[in-house]
Design a protein around this ligand. Structure first.
Ligand SMILES: *[C@@H]1O[C@H](CO)[C@@H](O)[C@H](O)[C@H]1NC(C)=O
Ligand SMILES: *[C@@H]1O[C@H](CO)[C@@H](O)[C@H](O)[C@H]1NC(C)=O
Ligand SMILES: *[C@@H]1O[C@H](CO)[C@@H](O)[C@H](O)[C@H]1NC(C)=O
Length: 957
């Protein structure tokens, strides 16, 4: 969703975001103050005014938890503000990740910087035990750790480099742009009256209440103005430091300025990737410098953005402050854990230079050493946890629309899918199912018997999803509102009263999920006792959780709103949506006596949200331009953990024509999260509504998704266990290929070897695909072969409307199920097909991971995980990891077999195919390996008589 303009305007086809609803850097005072540092610092007499004192073991550190072995603390100060003390702490974490934190310490101010971002985002940030050595000589501290890594810390001026094999790969404060604004009283020198009273509460001008009179600033504390270098380089004194007005919104900023700036250089890098979510190319273009592609920095500030621009650094719905820096020489990463509004400039100068500016919070920087994309994925997962393993149905097709308005319509959708012989797993209900947009309360006029409806849908193995948004209608008759008032768990305004704002239900309030008191209560909201009108087959969609507030600044919450612990919304904004997602998915998982895998879709997200479920790219437009940009968005999200991602098939806004709808379904079949969705004002466009031949093309795309579900499931399992992305950009598979590093219009599905490229150009009759060097590729549809080459290359694939580029890279085996049924659940005992795409050396490998698809029993060994290998003319199945072959799940599928093996690219005709000495039937198509357009030889083995749970060998002689 979400439409903010009247439908009339939409009808007039206003297809552009209202840019003026969202700030540019120059319209937000901290960005206005700190962005120009980068140009000022180019002056030759500029040097960072920050320097470090001698390190000590960090046990006495002010930052965070007591340290174990590999943690040191350094006093940090700036010549500009000699009386302000900072602490810099360095931890070496498991996995050779260096963590550098900075906080202001010993301040007389009652304020503190927000330091809990890591608490929400990271699962594990334990310092390693004794894994690092430290030496300090001539004001340079070296910390040696891991595999040939050194953190070289210059004390004055402050500069920290992660060095590997003698090369600086990540440099913090290379350009001296680090600056942390300290807490200060509004007026300096302090005329500010601190009313002396004895032991009583004291009220300062700002209205903070403190015990006693400690806040009193002594006259000798007034020296900070004697800076030794030009302070204006660091802080443009603007009138907006203590209060800021934007349009009709005033931000009271009680804490005053507390922004920070830092620079990170990657001297070896040619590309940086990441920082989702933006509608920009995967290889992030420059935002600053002469002729830069963009002129605004990438912005991280979760917002509900109406008809977003297809190519822009503007903020969108989610924020993951993770960057990969890459060249053929290696890949490293940084995670800048901050949840306040953040702007990032990128410039390809001396490698790649980045400048990060955040409004509040401590600096908490994690340096991920790589040295390749796969190790980076694993390091990021070690910090933030692996992705959630979705229930199997969630990987299949989802049909949504704003709105299916009645129970009858929902049933009609089921029937029509059935009649059209199209598979479907999940039917969705947007906001109109709820009475007056009071989520949980069905509109009983339209949905008289929700349980009967869900049960009828579930008969075909299908599920439903209903939306539950975070805004709560302010009306006493709504129990959710009443409860949240009684429990006092609502987000507050700066003045301490409950915040109310405008959203779908009208006047609304928002629960503060930072308050642990809300957790158990929210879980209860989804229990069958509390919410009786549901069944275990109903799942949830958390939309609008940026949060979207229609009458708030930039359609979100005022920054001076207050959360649990007294933190301002400013400090926690980008995390806010993740906490809601977390609590909802938890609630769904515990509804039944046996814990079930939840499915909850969220729109807002932050680093770590992948632990809680899927996301999508929000309100896209049904235009070719939007379609074209989405692959890059999926990839950028995927490398930052958020790989259960998709976009609205067909485009949320607009009425796609036949051609576009087909292309969108084909693309949709290869999105990790495959859902069709449409705005309330669009024409109905369920795939069964199209005429032939369009309808068949749409059916083919749907059926292809279902056929390949086993390959997708393997990929989801790798995401849930290793932290690998479900879809892989070229650079992540082939980090050594310099020329293909920026390719972002095609991707690989897990380790299946399947390479997909969407067709996103109107009228396209062919599309180019970029192939890696080294292995042959095979066309999925035609067995056309692209022989192995020493160099990467583009190949052209014909794309009549029913075709698109889908290739298989040689050297891979992937499983599929070719008997497509009405839902994925109905396919769970069907036999498999194995496709063996032989590599240059007539070898291939793959996997088949299976479990019950709905419980957590897989975590305690109830699964089947086969390693498949083709070598020396033999295809073997053996356990991929060690597991109990007699586990309950394995037993439940003991009869499931392999019904077909297809071997592509065998270089000689087999004389026999045997299993355990018995001959089995096969077909041989010798192909045309030496034709101008070569076709691969195809060996088809029918019913080899092997079971997926067993060890076996098929011998081709
Ligand atoms: C945040 O800072 C406070 C005050 O210095 C400290 O007591 C607390 O442990 C810190 N919390 C975290 C999660 O680091
Ligand atoms: C998720 O919820 C659990 C409690 O159910 C809590 O312990 C954890 O900190 C939460 N994490 C996030 C990111 O909200
Ligand atoms: C492949 O095509 C792209 C886009 O046209 C082009 O930029 C690139 O240089 C080509 N690569 C090779 C290896 O030919």
């Amino acid at each position: 969703m979400k439409l903010l303009l009247p439908a009339l305007l939409l009808a007039l086809s206003v297809h552009a975001v209202k840019r003026e609803d969202f700030k540019e850097c120059g319209q937000t005072s901290f960005c206005r103050r700190l962005r120009p540092l980068s140009t000022k610092s180019e002056s030759t007499d500029f040097a960072s005014p920050y320097s470090l004192g001698a390190p000590s073991r960090a046990s006495a550190s002010q930052i965070g938890v007591p340290a174990k072995d590999a943690a040191w603390s350094f006093p940090l100060s700036s010549t500009m503000y000699p009386d302000v003390a900072f602490e810099l702490r360095v931890d070496i974490l498991e996995g050779d990740i260096a963590r550098v934190r900075v906080d202001e310490v010993g301040s007389v101010s009652p304020w503190r910087r927000y330091n809990e971002t890591a608490k929400w985002a990271l699962l594990n940030a334990e310092p390693a035990h004794g894994a690092a050595e430290i030496t300090t000589k001539n004001s340079v501290t070296s910390i040696r750790y891991g595999q040939d890594l050194t953190l070289r810390i210059n004390h004055a001026p402050l500069r920290i480099a992660m060095v590997r094999g003698g090369n600086e790969e990540i440099v913090f404060n290379d350009r001296g742009l680090f600056h942390m604004e300290h807490f200060r009283a509004k007026e300096m020198p302090v005329e500010e009256e601190v009313v002396e009273t004895e032991g009583e509460e004291v009220k300062t001008e700002e209205g903070q209440v403190v015990e006693g009179a400690e806040i009193k600033t002594e006259p000798e504390d007034q020296q900070p103005f004697e800076a030794t270098i030009d302070r204006s380089w660091f802080e443009t004194e603007d009138g907006d430091m203590f209060e800021e007005q934007w349009k009709r919104w005033r931000d009271s900023k009680p804490k005053g300025p507390e922004a920070f700036s830092l620079d990170i250089s990657f001297p070896f890098a040619k590309h940086v990737f990441g920082l989702p979510e933006h509608a920009s190319p995967l290889s992030l273009p420059d935002t600053i410098g002469e002729g830069s592609y963009y002129t605004e920095p990438y912005r991280l500030w979760n917002v509900d953005i109406f008809e977003y621009v297809a190519d822009s650094p503007m903020a969108l719905y989610g924020a993951v402050p993770l960057l990969h820096a890459h060249s053929a020489r290696g890949t490293v990463g940084v995670l800048n854990l901050v949840a306040s509004e953040t702007w990032v400039d990128v410039a390809h100068t001396k490698g790649v230079q980045t400048h990060w500016i955040s409004e509040s919070g401590i600096m908490d920087l994690l340096l991920l050493p790589g040295p390749n994309p796969t190790s980076l994925f694993e390091q990021y997962a070690a910090l933030t946890g692996p992705a959630q393993m979705p229930p199997q149905f969630a990987t299949a097709y989802h049909q949504c629309r704003w709105n299916y308005n009645t129970q009858g319509e929902v049933i009609e959708v089921q029937d029509r899918f059935e009649e059209a012989d199209m598979p479907l797993d999940v039917t969705w209900l947007d906001i109109e199912y709820a009475d007056e947009h009071r989520y949980f309360d069905w509109n009983k006029k339209m949905f008289p018997d929700p349980i009967a409806m869900i049960n009828q849908v579930a008969k075909l193995g299908r599920k439903m999803v209903a939306i539950v948004d975070p805004h709560i209608k302010r009306t006493d008759s709504f129990r959710v509102y009443k409860d949240s008032l009684d429990l006092d768990i609502l987000i507050k305004k700066a003045d301490g009263n409950n915040f109310d704002g405008w959203c779908w239900p009208g006047s609304s309030v928002w629960v503060d999920f930072f308050n642990p008191k809300s957790w158990e209560w929210w879980t209860r909201m989804f229990s069958f006792d509390t919410w009786a009108d549901q069944t275990k087959n109903l799942f949830v969609w958390n939309d609008m959780n940026e949060p979207s507030v229609f009458d708030g600044p930039e359609i979100t919450m005022p920054k001076d709103n207050i959360h649990d612990g007294g933190w301002e919304h400013r400090d926690v904004h980008n995390i806010n949506g993740m906490l809601f997602h977390n609590q909802t998915q938890h609630a769904i998982s515990v509804r039944e006596p046996t814990k079930k895998r939840p499915f909850v879709l969220s729109r807002a997200y932050f680093a770590g949200s992948h632990r809680f479920g899927a996301i999508w790219t929000g309100d896209n437009l049904g235009t070719w331009e939007h379609m074209a940009g989405e692959a890059a968005m999926f990839l950028s999200n995927s490398i930052a953990g958020m790989s259960f991602v998709g976009s609205d098939i067909g485009g949320f806004f607009g009425n796609p024509g036949d051609e576009m709808l087909v292309r969108w379904y084909q693309k949709g079949a290869f999105m990790p999260f495959m859902r069709a969705h449409a705005h309330i004002d669009t024409k109905r466009r369920e795939p069964y509504l199209s005429e032939e031949p369009i309808r068949s093309y749409l059916r083919d795309a749907l059926r292809l998704r279902y056929t390949l579900l086993p390959a997708w499931y393997n990929a989801f399992h790798d995401a849930a266990t290793k932290g690998h992305p479900v879809i892989w950009p070229h650079y992540a598979k082939y980090p050594g290929d310099e020329t293909g590093a920026a390719v972002d219009n095609q991707y690989y599905i897990g380790d299946s070897g399947l390479l997909f490229r969407p067709v996103v150009v109107e009228g396209a009759t062919s599309a180019d695909v970029y192939l890696a060097a080294g292995e042959p590729y095979y066309d999925y549809f035609s067995s056309r072969m692209f022989p192995a080459r020493m160099k990467p290359r583009n190949v052209t694939i014909d794309t009549p409307l029913d075709k698109f580029p889908l290739l298989i890279e040689g050297g891979h085996i992937f499983p599929s199920r070719e008997r497509v049924r009405r839902s994925s659940a109905l396919m769970s005992n069907d036999p498999f097909t194995l496709t063996v795409a032989l590599g240059r050396n007539q070898n291939a490998e793959g996997q088949l991971y299976l479990d019950d698809g709905e419980t957590f029993a897989w975590e305690s060994g109830a699964f089947v995980h086969r390693g498949l290998e083709f070598k020396d003319g033999k295809l073997r199945s053996a356990p991929k990891v060690s597991y109990d072959a007699g586990n309950a799940y394995a037993q439940s599928i003991s009869n499931v077999g392999v019904e077909r093996v297809r071997v592509l690219g065998l270089n000689k005709e087999p004389k026999s195919v045997t299993v355990a000495g018995e001959e089995v039937q096969f077909e041989w198509d010798k192909g045309a390996p030496s034709a101008k357009e070569p076709r691969a030889a195809v060996l088809t083995i029918k019913n080899p008589g092997v079971k997926v749970v067993d060890d076996w060998e098929i011998v081709i002689a």
